[in-house]
Every structure is written in structure tokens, then in C-alpha cells.
Design a binder for this molecule. Structure first.
Ligand code: CA
Ligand code: CA
Length: 144
């Protein structure tokens, strides 16, 4: 009788352990929950078609906008890269879209961007200060 109870207990523990396995990878993910937060970005604020001339020796401004669901000041600037891992040359907090809250504005060297004549969009990625991944995409128009 005692031995039978032990077997049932053992089986129960086994089932519980198995049911916990899918949870483990999610818990192992440090600060964030592993999901990527879609953020609103604006390449060349003030320009709708976001023309980029790769020959230009200048910089491309890209803003991470503060929205109802996201505060741009939560972004960890050190983690932010644009158009295939190009690091910014400078960044500043300012109200890019004039809606009264601060947005994070980055500048990236145009010639370093991994874009070509056929590119139609570019993506900015990074992390928040608590390690959550962020990603935002905007259209670009390549010009000669
Ligand atoms: Ca724009
Ligand atoms: Ca704003």
C-alpha cells in the first residue's frame, strides 16, 4: 500500500515536471519576456518619402517616437543600431513630432548604411533599459 502511494506520488511529480518544461525557456530570458516591442520610428522627420542618397557624406536622422504605449526615454541608446547594425554618431532627446512629449533622435552616417538602390524600408533595433528588444521600420526612397 505504501509502495503504491509512492508510485502515484512519483508519477505526479513526473507529470508536473514535464508540464513545466515549456515554461523554462521563457523564464531563462533575463529581463524582458523575449517579445520584441514594435516601436514607431520616423526616418528623416519632416520628410514623408525619406529620400536617401548613399553618396551623401552626411547623416540620416531617425527618431524613435514616444507614443501612448511607449516612452522613447526607456530606450538604452547604447544598444541602438540602424540598417544592418550601423551605430549612431550622436543622439538627443527632443520633441521631434511636436506633440509635447520627448522622442529620441539618432543620427547615422549615411555611407555606412547597408541599403542599395532597391531598398524600400530600413529597420532600427535596440533594447530598452530593462533589456526588452525593440524594433521599428519606416519606408525609404533611394535616390541617385
Ligand atoms: Ca519621415
Ligand atoms: Ca513627441
Amino acid at each position: 500500500m505504501k509502495r503504491k502511494n509512492f508510485s502515484i506520488l512519483f508519477a505526479t511529480v513526473l507529470v508536473l515536471s514535464l508540464s513545466l518544461i515549456p515554461v523554462v525557456p521563457a523564464m531563462a530570458n533575463g529581463g524582458g519576456n523575449g517579445e520584441v516591442i514594435e516601436v514607431l520610428i520616423d526616418i528623416k522627420p519632416g520628410s514623408e518619402d525619406n529620400c536617401i542618397n548613399l553618396e551623401s557624406k552626411g547623416v540620416v536622422p531617425v527618431a524613435v517616437l514616444t507614443t501612448d504605449g511607449f516612452d522613447a526615454s526607456d530606450v538604452n541608446p547604447g544598444t541602438v543600431v540602424f540598417a544592418e547594425y550601423v551605430s549612431w554618431v550622436r543622439w538627443v532627446m527632443c520633441d521631434v513630432d511636436g506633440d509635447g512629449d520627448l522622442d529620441m533622435l539618432f543620427h547615422f552616417k549615411t555611407q555606412l548604411l547597408d541599403l542599395d538602390e532597391s531598398s524600400t524600408e530600413a529597420t532600427l533595433t535596440g533594447e530598452t533599459t530593462d533589456g526588452q528588444l525593440i524594433e521599428g521600420t519606416d519606408v525609404v526612397k533611394m535616390v541617385p
